[in-house]
Design a protein around this ligand. Structure first.
Ligand code: ZN
Length: 90
């Protein structure tokens, strides 16, 4: 394993052929790297809020079908007791 804490002494500058950017070999070791490994405990604690939730559902007062709250009912097309969309019967 290479030692990333100490930058190696600058040697002759190399030229990247694609970007034509000059960089020294020591500069490669100075890129941002995490100082410590993230432990399993810390990783899992970060993910405690990351899960799927069941959607909040309510019943339509007209047809008693399950619908999203504050949305028109998709089975009868009413919202707040008034028909707002025409539902095609298949
Ligand atoms: Zn309905």
């Amino acid at each position: 394993m290479t030692d990333h804490t100490k930058p190696s002494p600058p040697s002759e500058a190399k030229v990247c052929k694609i970007e034509n950017v000059k960089f020294t070999e020591g500069a490669l070791n100075e890129m941002a790297n995490p100082k410590h490994k993230t432990s399993k405990s810390r990783r899992d604690k970060r993910r405690t809020h990351k899960f799927l939730k069941a959607p909040n559902l309510s019943l339509c007062p007209q047809c008693q079908e399950v619908k999203k709250p504050h949305h028109a009912c998709l089975s009868c097309g009413t919202y707040n007791g008034r028909e707002v969309i025409t539902v095609q019967q298949i």
